[in-house]
Ligand binder design. Sequence first.
Ligand SMILES: *[C@@H]1O[C@H](CO)[C@@H](O)[C@H](O)[C@H]1NC(C)=O
Ligand SMILES: *[C@@H]1O[C@H](CO)[C@@H](O)[C@H](O)[C@H]1NC(C)=O
Ligand SMILES: *[C@@H]1O[C@H](CO)[C@@H](O)[C@H](O)[C@H]1NC(C)=O
Ligand SMILES: *[C@@H]1O[C@H](CO)[C@@H](O)[C@H](O)[C@H]1NC(C)=O
Ligand SMILES: CC(=O)N[C@H]1CO[C@H](CO)[C@@H](O)[C@@H]1O
Length: 444
Amino acid sequence: MSGEISMIGSVILALFLAGYLGQQYLPPPKPKVIGLDLGTTFCSVGVFHPGSGDVEVIADEEGRKSIPSAVSFTAAAVLAGHEAVELADGDPQNTVYDAKRFIGKIFEAEALEQESARYPFKVINNNGSAEFLLSTNHTFTVTPEFIASRLLLTMRKMAERRLDVHIQKAVISVPAEFDERQRNFTVRAANLAGLEILRVINEPTAAAMAYGLHKVDVFNVLVVDLGGGTLDVSLLNKQGGMFFTRAMAGNNKLGGQDFSQRLLQYAMERAHQEFGAPPALKEDIHRLRQAVEAAKLNLTLHPSATVRVPLSLGARDRSESAGGAAAAAAPVLFQAVITRQLFEELNEDLFQKILAPVETVLAEGRLDKADVDEIVLVGGSTRIPRIRRLIGEYFGKEPNTSVDPDLAVVTGVAIQAGIMGGSWPLQVSAIEIPNRHLRKTNFS
Ligand SMILES: *[C@@H]1O[C@H](CO)[C@@H](O)[C@H](O)[C@H]1NC(C)=O
Ligand SMILES: *[C@@H]1O[C@H](CO)[C@@H](O)[C@H](O)[C@H]1NC(C)=O
Ligand SMILES: *[C@@H]1O[C@H](CO)[C@@H](O)[C@H](O)[C@H]1NC(C)=O
Ligand SMILES: *[C@@H]1O[C@H](CO)[C@@H](O)[C@H](O)[C@H]1NC(C)=O
Ligand SMILES: CC(=O)N[C@H]1CO[C@H](CO)[C@@H](O)[C@@H]1O
């Protein structure tokens, strides 16, 4: 009897060994779990490659690593991402964006009305929950989680095409401030896209992981996430390899759009001085807005950028007197050189506002700024050199900026997906302790 058992034992041992040795010669397994960053304005999907240990943020056929968080409806189809944006210009009422601001959230009637006034599409109130009213060849409503599901499905397909495997499992990130209901509805959106969610991870934690901070000896990590329209600051504590959100604060009316707006105002004033009237035509303002946006991006790398825009200024007066007939005035060329210094002067008061929530999380976390071990910058607006300098000077140390700030969150989520998929060398299963009792302080 005991002989039989030891023989079975040897066979099992032999099988294990064969399996172990065999593994070394097999091609590395393909990732089975994807990491999803469902952002308010852009979404990305990433995977952890067990063989190389690299994170790959998946690009579409045109090499773009994120898709706009927009979904368009026509009588014949539902389009998501870049395709939806292409349609948005022609049919803004049937293109929904910013759905993340509504998902799983219960609104006061008045607050929802205020929100919906900001959008070209119709937001309706279904007993406190937002729904979108669309009208193609018929009229119907869709939920924010349905919008999210179409984006997640698009990303799932991108991953499947790239990896040539069927994907059914994912890890997804949400803002640290999301409550249980918002998290549940985000999970529901993924389920609608045919994905089982193995873990929901906070965006700041994901960003910290993108820098490998789960592997190194740090205690206090401050994450500053400055996007197009919002600022989120989180103070994380790492205890025994696990992240814990200690405090969060932000400003939901501060971001890249505001910095562009200051540049636009400046350009409008310059045009006014030069041509005797401020540009008032919609198309003129649209072109100016695009040009200052490009200049803003350029100023991150160059000391100056030139805004060069043809304006059809006089046309408005003429078309008014001619009863709106197309009176094509010869366009004038508006040109302005914008230096980085000018850009910084125009925005300095806005940049300073970044420090208020930073001070709040330190106070709430009862931490001196000298006790912050690492500072992680996330979000496209943290590319602005003045903002990096401002934060660096405040803490007296350089912030961590080596990961593309637009891809830091998805990179971290993909690492977590690798851990959940069992392909991480250390078989850690969790990396975050949820904090259910935390409230976010908002400035604005
Ligand atoms: C709307 O158009 C789609 C496809 O063109 C069609 O399948 C659907 O039946 C139409 N619905 C109505 C109400 O006409
Ligand atoms: C509306 O919401 C409230 C609480 O959120 C709930 O008690 C009520 O049953 C809901 N009514 C309907 C018609 O769904
Ligand atoms: C969220 O989902 C869990 C599990 O499905 C459920 O137990 C919980 O009640 C839900 N919470 C909210 C606030 O919807
Ligand atoms: C940025 O601005 C510099 C200086 O004005 C110019 O040389 C360069 O071509 C611009 N680059 C882009 C991408 O706009
Ligand atoms: C300024 C800077 O780059 N700091 C840190 C960024 O994060 C890594 C950990 O992965 C540190 O080693 C760097 O010193």
